[in-house]
Design a binder for this molecule. Structure first.
Ligand code: SAM
Length: 226
């Protein structure tokens, strides 16, 4: 798949952060062992600073999460990279993201998979993310204002599902929307601490393995925290 930055990525103001961005990729992502060339190229291409509120722009490439308003956050770059890496994308997949937030994770996925569907429950975040993703030319990303704990049946099944908010457990609705061989990656646990879980559908059965400890904002909606 062609992962050259598209022309919309040459927006004014982008280059001021280019060396911060390259540094982020080198130290925080490659430096921690994620060395896939397509993955690194996606993070080099996506202007993370355009996904954070103006007041945090100078911290956009720092090694941590940042507030994006409405009590929500854009995740730490390494966590975005690690979760993306767990999907093992080749460029041909259809992927569902639950929790659009700023739209940054969806923009990264747009470089690495064929078709992305992303769901968000907060109308203001949905509108902002849809606008920036469209301005950046991420034409393969489809934003939906919806309860993503129910998945997005209209485009199912998915080769990969990423949940970027903490769930009480892996929702059956999401597992049921996985294609054969597909993977669901999500943080499971309470408000303070969760473990990333990786679910894989093999021969119609679900296999599970735990991964990193993480701290995400809660998943809401029907299969989230009440
Ligand atoms: N992936 C995002 C990014 O790249 O900026 C960060 C996501 S933020 C950690 C979690 C997001 O999940 C919040 O924007 C929150 O509103 C959203 N969310 C929580 N529960 C949801 C649900 N049931 N359906 C859709 N979005 C949900």
């Amino acid at each position: 798949m062609d992962i050259r930055p598209n022309s919309a990525y040459t927006l004014p103001g982008m280059d001021a952060y280019e060396s911060d961005r390259m540094d982020m990729v080198r130290r925080q992502i490659a430096g921690r062992g994620l060395r896939d060339a397509r993955l690194l190229a996606a993070f080099e291409s996506v202007p993370r600073h355009l996904f954070v509120p103006e007041e945090y722009r100078q911290h956009a490439y720092a090694d941590g999460p940042l507030p994006i308003g409405y009590g929500q956050t854009i995740s730490q770059p390494y966590i975005v990279a690690f979760m993306t890496h767990l999907l093992d994308l080749t460029g041909r997949e259809r992927v569902l993201e639950v929790g659009t937030g700023s739209g940054y994770q969806a923009a990264i996925l747009s470089h690495l998979a064929a078709e992305i569907h992303t769901t968000e429950m907060i109308p203001e975040l949905f509108a902002q993310a849809e606008k920036i993703l469209s301005e950046l030319g991420c034409a393969n990303v489809h934003c939906h204002l919806a309860d993503g704990s129910l998945g997005w049946t209209e485009a199912a099944p998915y080769d990969g599902i990423l949940v970027t908010a903490a769930a009480p457990s892996a929702p059956q609705t999401l597992l049921s929307q996985l294609a054969e061989g597909g993977r669901l990656v999500l943080p499971v646990g309470d408000r303070g601490y969760q473990e990333l879980e990786i679910w894989r559908k093999e021969n119609g059965e679900f296999k599970y393995r735990p991964s990193l400890g993480v701290a995400f904002v809660p998943l809401r909606g029907e299969y989230g925290w009440k």
